[in-house]
Write a protein that binds this ligand. Structure first.
Ligand code: ZN
Length: 473
């Protein structure tokens, strides 16, 4: 029987506004080659400058996996030619990466297992080749977007363990807010190094790299296929000729891996320190600026703010929810009302749809809750406005205050206006006023009803207090 040995290399795109060595935008939605400059086009003489935001994100990741943050690290040139890499080298890190020797604990069938992370280094992405009929085109908008390459130790022993590790890593980079990690868009992709060995042996056999996997399902299938291919070759006695160090691609329709090219060794790339970039020195004070807040710490902070523990768990279950909640509070909404309007009213109405693609953003819901907190509108009116916000067309959206106005939902809070309305009703019903003064205090509800008939809404506590004052004073 065989033992499976898997190590994973994950490339996750860091979500910075600008590229790693120039100030071009990292936006993907614009016309091809519209975000380029002499640096990312690789023109001679152009000088790269490291993006501080990318560095901070890499450090935050290193801290989250309890790794060593190397206070001095080096950028290196990795030399190879591709049409989508105009400089003919990629700026990456080789000898001293920013992050080394961390780990991630994953859930397995036999309990928690610690997976070593050998290194995580910063590098730039290449552009994109587009093949159309007899033409091939190159779009360099992606050239120079920052990547964090996260390299695990060969500690994984099955496809299931590999998936468990990847899911945990995927959730972590999203939680840290360092990457959108959208697998369909290819900004969280994985290369798997897979080998087998007879059980009980300790030496490593030939490893095969499966490149560019970008769905959990395909990663699992590709690893399972590769393990079977290598095991069968071993049993047939053709291992030495069939299993060679190479890069293979997974054919998603056929469900098999196919040879792509011989695997390069690091010597093939002729790495050398990039003379255009200085050694990156990270002072201690800089490190302290980027200590990330992990889920448990965030949860504790929310509980401190007055959030119930079960609600706090819900808020930190997804970084999008936690961010939404904090942004609502930033609009001046109270903690308790923010939790209930986000978790109950909004998420309830979304029925499982993604919060990120919701029409009602955190600032809008935060404003709505603030208007309820300040009694400008009632909670009931708030629900009516939320429904209106969710159903309105995206082309002509109204904001909260416009809708309050349009739907006539503002409560009267002005004391003088309330006083006039109260006095008018009391004057119309002198008999009832006398009965109230004689002890029939239940008539309070009657007066409130009559007053509200004449106005669309009133702050109930202000109205009640003023009415009592006039009846009893
Ligand atoms: Zn540029």
């Amino acid at each position: 029987m065989f033992e499976t040995i898997i190590g994973l290399e994950v490339h996750t795109q860091l979500n910075t506004q600008t590229k790693i060595f120039c100030s071009c935008s990292t936006s993907f939605k614009d016309a091809p080659n519209s975000h380029t400059c002499p640096v990312c086009l690789g023109l001679p003489g152009a000088l790269p400058v490291l993006n501080e935001a990318a560095l901070k994100k890499a450090i935050a990741f290193g801290m989250a996996i309890d790794a060593t943050i190397n206070q001095d690290s080096i950028f290196a040139r990795k030399n190879y030619f591709y049409p989508d890499l105009p400089k003919a080298y990629q700026i990456s890190q080789f000898e001293i990466p920013i992050v080394s020797a961390g780990y991630l604990d994953i859930d397995t069938e036999s309990g928690l297992k610690r997976i070593g992370i050998e290194r995580a280094h910063l590098e730039e992405d290449a552009g994109k080749n587009i093949h159309e009929g007899e033409f091939s085109k190159v779009d360099l908008n992606r050239a120079g977007t920052p990547l964090l390459e996260i390299v695990s130790r060969p500690d994984l022993r099955s496809a299931q363990e590999a998936i468990s590790y990847l899911k945990k890593l995927h959730a972590l980079v999203r939680f840290l807010g360092i990457s959108d990690a959208n697998m369909q868009e290819g900004n969280f992709r994985c290369d798997a190094n897979v080998s087998i060995r007879p059980k009980g042996e300790s030496k490593l056999y030939t490893r095969v790299e499966i490149k560019n996997l970008n769905s959990f399902r395909f990663i699992q299938k590709a690893i399972e296929y590769e393990v079977e291919r290598q095991s069968e070759a071993f049993e047939r006695g053709t291992y030495a000729s069939e299993v060679v160090q190479e890069t293979r691609l997974f054919d998603t329709t056929k469900g098999i891996t196919q040879s792509m090219r011989d695997k390069e060794g690091s010597a093939d790339y002729r790495y050398f320190p990039d003379p255009d970039l200085r050694r990156v020195h990270i002072p201690k004070a800089f490190l302290e600026q980027v200590i990330p807040e992990l889920p448990d710490a965030k949860k504790a902070r929310y509980i401190e703010l007055g959030v119930k523990p079960e609600d706090a768990s819900m808020l930190v279950s997804d970084v999008a929810i936690a961010e939404y909640f904090e942004e609502m509070m930033g609009m001046g909404a109270s903690v308790k009302a923010s939790v209930s309007w986000l978790c109950v009213e909004l998420l309830g109405r979304l029925e499982g749809a993604e919060l990120e693609s919701c029409k009602v953003g955190a600032q809008t819901l935060g404003t709505l809750v603030q208007r309820i907190d300040s009694k400008k509108i009632s909670g009931k009116a708030g629900k009516e406005i939320l429904d209106a916000l969710l159903s309105q067309s995206a082309s002509q959206p109204s904001d909260v205050d416009t809708l309050i106005e349009k739907l006539g939902l503002a409560q009267v809070q002005d004391t003088q206006e309330l006083s006039r309305a109260i006095e008018a009703i009391l004057a119309q019903h002198p008999d009832k006023v006398a009965q109230y003064k004689g002890g029939k205090t239940k008539l309070l509800g009657f007066f409130v009803g009559q007053i509200l008939k004449n106005m669309k809404g009133a702050d109930p506590s202000a109205l009640n207090a003023l009415l009592k004052e006039k009846l009893e004073g």
